[in-house]
Design a protein around this ligand. Sequence first.
Ligand SMILES: NC(=O)c1ccc[n+]([C@@H]2O[C@H](COP(=O)([O-])OP(=O)(O)OC[C@H]3O[C@@H](n4cnc5c(N)ncnc54)[C@H](O)[C@@H]3O)[C@@H](O)[C@H]2O)c1
Length: 429
Amino acid sequence: MKLTIIGTGYVGLVTGTCFAEVGHHVCCVDNDDAKVKMLQSGRIPIYEPGLEELVQKNAAAGRLSFSNNTAEGVAKSDVVFIAVPTPPQPDGSVDMSFIERVARDIAAAMTDYKIIVDKSTVPVQTGDKVAETIKRYCKARVDFDVVSNPEFLREGFAVEDLMKPDRIVVGVRTQRPVPALKEVYAPFNAPIIVTDINSAELIKHASNSFLALKISYINAISVICEATGANVQEVANGMGMDERIGRRFLNASLGFGGSCFPKDLSAFIKIAEQLRYDFGLLKEVQKINAAQMDRFVKKIADTLWVLKGKKIGVLGLAFKQNTDDIRTSPALELCHRLQKEGAILRVHDPKAMEKAKADLHNVTYVDDMNEVAEGCDALVIATEWEEFKKLDLERARKSLSHPIMFDGRNLFDPQEMERLGFIYKSIGR
Ligand SMILES: NC(=O)c1ccc[n+]([C@@H]2O[C@H](COP(=O)([O-])OP(=O)(O)OC[C@H]3O[C@@H](n4cnc5c(N)ncnc54)[C@H](O)[C@@H]3O)[C@@H](O)[C@H]2O)c1
């Protein structure tokens, strides 16, 4: 099929590339000229495992192209996906101006029937607004359908998630676009759930809020564990073996972040508020998450006493492993909090250092993770990169003025760390 994606970021680029990989012809549009030029030259603006090779392969095969022109993209395809940002406003509600802009651009370019598919995460009832907008701004007065097709990919595993989705959600206002959407997704061999458009939009916010809730739940349990000498990992293992609960998203940590959970939670709370429902449960999820960071910072301060002038090594800047994305990263927030207390930081991340440089100043960026601890008073693990588990602990212990490690991601075994001579403080253990 001929497909166009408007917005070539984490979602748009991976979706477009995977659509091309299964044989569709895809045009990815973005209004960031520099990004489009970079993509046209075969390089990619984000780090996502396996993505660069797929982009190059499909571009070379002539199935994947890039453009900065929405009208050109609309003319090329019958199905147009929207994957632009839906960032939070200061009050937590969603800034819908990107979606509205694109709806108008698509409308202005339409000369025949199109299916407009929203992939961005949007408040329930957005589909109706998009349809109204297109109707208003489409001078050609042609037929169209608006579909909601929320995206569930995880950054760091995006290609894998796109190629092997758990399910595809297609929310429609009429049945007319359903066969085309089924054809788009047929090669992925995943269950396709067709719903009304409001339900599809809700599925996304309800899913992300539930996952955030699960993380806050285990983080709250970690507080009880610390107060009683229990081990949160063992509690999570025991809970997780119950199929009704499941082990995933039950890892205690210094809290969740990233470009989705925090904003989707506050958006959902705001949406509920506008519908006159006080979603207190989700407000508590936010509170627990914020408290988890406070508690971690306090743990560091209680141990090191005065932070002013202390040298601290921080491993991890990305909001989670396998990505260079630093948007609302707890690791970066931690760095800022430590800096505010006067600590001097040496930091490392396998992929996110370039992006972090725009946000985190007056720190020493260290290329080799094994050199971070040199001359430091303590070492902190802030992101759960798999390779941090291979840290040369003997070297780290010798490099530190006193062997103290704060592990915000529970990467190491407390008993083993003690045996190696560390004062080791993790979460809920
Ligand atoms: N990142 C994720 O893990 C993820 C997962 C599921 C859903 N989502 C949702 O998908 C949407 C996009 O997220 P993202 O992380 O890909 O954002 P992003 O910022 O990485 O990418 C968005 C892209 O849209 C482009 N853009 C903005 N306005 C445009 C316009 N008028 N015309 C053309 N291009 C335009 C930007 O230049 C940018 O490249 C959001 O609603 C987000 O909540 C994100």
